[in-house]
Design a protein around this ligand. Structure first.
Ligand SMILES: [Zn+2]
Ligand SMILES: [Zn+2]
Length: 238
């Protein structure tokens, strides 16, 4: 089963990723994707793109190599009050916003309760579309509470293929727990590559396999369908 939209990818604009947007769009086309979101790291990530990089994403064409390009960002959760590292006006201008906690940008010494409260604030942010890689065991979360809030606010919870390649202790079991709750709640999910190089764009086979085995229904995997994905994000396709 192949995704038609990859909503979390990084270009050289991220500072620690290795392909141009042109190379990524071409790779997306070759993999049969209809939609590719470029979600470079926001400024607080070391080497992340400057605010003006996101402002000027409007210079990109809507279609490149026949693939609908989405102007996005992977913003960092930078404080316990759920603050993000791009201004709301900037986020409002983007097609897709992935919000993530990262070891280098997000407070690391909070309790599970504090992390969960931090996430509830991020979920309440109207500009956030997707919660990125919440399985990261560095940030313990009450997954029941976080996923319930995501459902209530219409946010997508991502299953991140890159997490399956990590030796990070606990990521895999957290993914299973997240999938169990998503399944129970019959929620839409997205399975993204988090590619940092063109050859990984659209590559989600491991995450897809596990999600299906865990009982996530294909009709709930939003990005198997380009049209449904576009409708969810309120973007137009040709
Ligand atoms: Zn990330
Ligand atoms: Zn990422």
């Amino acid at each position: 089963m192949k995704i038609r939209a990859d909503l979390h990818t990084h270009s050289i604009g991220s500072g620690h990723a290795y392909s141009t947007i042109d190379e990524m769009a071409l790779a997306a086309k070759q993999r049969g994707l209809k939609i590719l979101a470029i979600t470079d790291h926001a400024p607080n990530m070391p080497g992340g793109a400057h605010e003006y990089f996101f402002y000027n994403l409007r210079a990109l064409p809507e279609y490149l190599h026949g693939v609908r390009l989405l102007r996005g960002a992977e913003v960092n959760i930078i404080s316990q009050n759920g603050a993000l590292d791009l201004e709301p006006e900037m986020l409002a201008a983007l097609d897709v916003v992935v919000a993530s906690a990262h070891a280098v940008t997000t407070p690391e010494n909070l309790t599970k309760k504090q992390n969960t409260e931090m996430y509830l604030k991020v979920i309440a942010n109207q500009h956030v579309d997707i919660l990125g890689h919440i399985e990261n065991p560095i940030f313990a979360l009450d997954y029941e509470a976080v996923i319930a809030a995501a459902q209530e606010h219409g946010k997508l919870v991502e299953i991140n293929n890159a997490s399956f390649g990590l030796a990070r202790h606990g990521s895999y079991n957290n993914c299973l727990e997240i999938m169990r709750i998503l399944k129970e709640r019959n929620m839409p999910v997205v399975i993204n590559s988090d590619a940092h190089v063109a050859t990984r764009v659209g590559e989600v086979s491991r995450a897809m396999e596990v999600a299906l085995v865990q009982g996530i229904k294909p009709e709930n995997i939003l990005n198997l369908n380009a049209k449904k994905t576009a409708e969810w994000l309120k973007i137009k396709l040709k």
